[in-house]
Design a protein around this ligand. Structure first.
Ligand code: SF4
Length: 70
């Protein structure tokens, strides 16, 4: 499955980094999925299995910029 971060929606609030530092990082105020592939405004990363902190990041994102695709 894949985590997808829509950078056209993301406001770089840092919430996902706080709850899920395994997959998200902030660099110079810009938040992105670690080791992701960029497809236009979308950042994607393949994960083996869904972990709790990813779910939490998706739920906590104030602008629904994150999702999981099976
Ligand atoms: S929680 Fe959402 S808006 Fe905030 S930095 Fe993460 S992806 Fe962007």
């Amino acid at each position: 499955m894949k985590i997808i971060q829509d950078k056209s929606k993301c406001i770089n609030c840092g919430s996902c980094v706080a709850v899920c530092p395994e997959y998200f990082e902030m660099e110079n105020g810009d938040v992105k999925l670690k080791n992701s592939k960029k497809e236009g405004e979308l950042l994607k990363v393949e994960i083996e299995k869904e972990i709790g902190s990813v779910k939490e990041a998706i739920e906590i994102c104030p602008v629904q910029a994150l999702k999981l695709k099976k």
